[in-house]
Design a protein around this ligand. Structure first.
Ligand SMILES: Nc1ncnc2c1ncn2[C@@H]1O[C@H](COP(=O)(O)OP(=O)(O)O)[C@@H](O)[C@H]1O
Ligand SMILES: [Mg+2]
Length: 375
């Protein structure tokens, strides 16, 4: 059975999650996939996380917007994206996303203010949302429901562990129950705030209080009390997000480079998706060293011989050795790609060659898009 190119496999997707180890080109891939899907007439929102400044500029994200902005149509025409296809992009802003979530889930304005204005809110929401995983899925939930978009492409955070992201919905519940806080304080689970207030401080809190003069314990207690009315909302949201991640319209694309550590992490990630019933759709191996078929036949000795007259023996010898190193790297990468393809179960991974320069403008993104479309 022939397997379709990656982008064909995404034709009916509602959500595309680009996941994988950090630094391998997830943000670039997410943007290139967005471009590819827009080129097929879909209205695409790409959620990028910490895009390189110049890529953000290329996408028209000058204003650091947490809300999707449309990439001007005239910039896209040259890349073959025409109506009804649209490309929108935004940059995840964890704090604003978190504030928005609190506002949305608060039953009334008074509750919202109580939470947002609690002196501990910034720190606690920063700890829960600062790692991006939590807010990335919160954002995903909003954009999936947004009628302006047919499909949402989600870049994922540069986490140490790519798996953190998958557990994000559970962290919504964890945050609410203050589990991390409870563990920190060594308190039991029930009546946390009340017990905290009654029992007074653990040693660390006591010291902190003396140093800062802030009544941490009282503030914590008030904070979790203020969150109380949001309990149901948080729980429902966690369920909804979990459902989105397991929906048949959701596709996980695993992005990696052929370097040993990312490649190993990609395999692990793939297995984890399976264990969690999350639909894996395809593999992108980015920054692969490739040798053109014509060049594969020439070895370094021949290159040296060809260049000796022009460059002199010493330099021509160096070029020949570099040439061979390049061929060896390409051979190693080809082997890794083949192994990975088997290990993750994608017989037709998208193999993206290392580009000449960084990928920071729309034409460069278009070149990667072309590779992904051709599969
Ligand atoms: N195929 C490629 N060839 C050359 N440079 C690339 C390629 N893919 C990504 N890059 C560059 O590598 C850097 C990291 O890419 P990025 O997409 O931000 O990775 P991640 O999101 O996984 O951290 C960026 O500077 C980007 O321009
Ligand atoms: Mg990134």
């Amino acid at each position: 059975m022939s397997v379709r190119p990656l982008v064909d496999r995404l034709d009916d997707a509602r959500v595309v999650v680009c996941a994988g180890p950090g630094g391998v080109g997830k943000t670039t891939t997410a943007a290139a996939l967005g471009l590819a899907l827009a080129g097929r007439g879909r209205r695409v929102a790409v959620v990028t996380i910490d895009p390189a400044r110049r890529l953000a500029d290329a996408l028209g994200l000058g204003s650091l917007s947490n809300d999707p902005e449309r990439v001007p149509a005239d910039r896209l025409t040259a890349l073959g994206v025409t109506p009804p296809g649209e490309l929108w992009a935004c940059m995840l802003d964890p704090q604003r996303t978190f504030d928005g979530l609190i506002a949305e889930l608060s039953p009334d304005a008074a509750t919202r203010e109580r939470v947002l204005e609690n002196p501990l809110y910034r720190q606690i929401s920063g700890a829960a949302g600062g790692s991006h995983e939590f807010t990335a899925v919160a954002r995903l939930h909003d954009l999936v429901a947004d009628p302006r978009f047919d499909v949402v492409v989600l870049d994922t955070p540069p986490s140490r562990n790519a798996l953190d992201f998958l557990d994000a919905p559970d962290r919504i519940a964890g945050f609410l129950e203050g589990r991390a806080m409870q563990a920190l304080l060594g308190q039991g689970r029930t009546g946390f705030a009340a017990r905290l207030a009654r029992r007074g401080t653990g040693l660390a809190l006591g010291a902190l209080q003396r140093l800062t003069g802030v009544d941490v314990v009282r503030d914590l207690a008030t904070f979790f009390e203020a969150l109380g009315p949001l309990t149901d909302g948080f729980a429902q949201r966690a369920v909804a997000v979990r459902a989105i991640l397991r929906d048949p319209g959701t596709r996980f694309v695993v992005v990696t480079s052929p370097a040993p550590i990312p490649a190993a992490e990609a395999r692990f990630f793939r297995a984890h998706l399976q264990q969690n019933d999350m639909p894996f759709t395809g593999l992108v191996v980015n920054r692969v060293e490739v040798v053109a078929p014509d060049d594969a036949a020439r070895d370094g000795a021949r290159v040296t011989a060809e260049l000796t007259d022009v460059l002199g023996a010493a330099l021509a010898g160096k070029v020949g050795r570099t040439w061979d190193e390049h061929r060896e790297r390409a051979a190693r990468d080809a082997e890794t790609v083949a192994e990975l393809a088997t290990a993750v179960g994608d017989p037709r991974p998208a193999v993206v060659p290392t580009q000449g320069g960084e990928v920071f403008d729309l034409p460069a993104l278009g070149a990667i898009r072309d590779v992904l479309v051709a599969g």
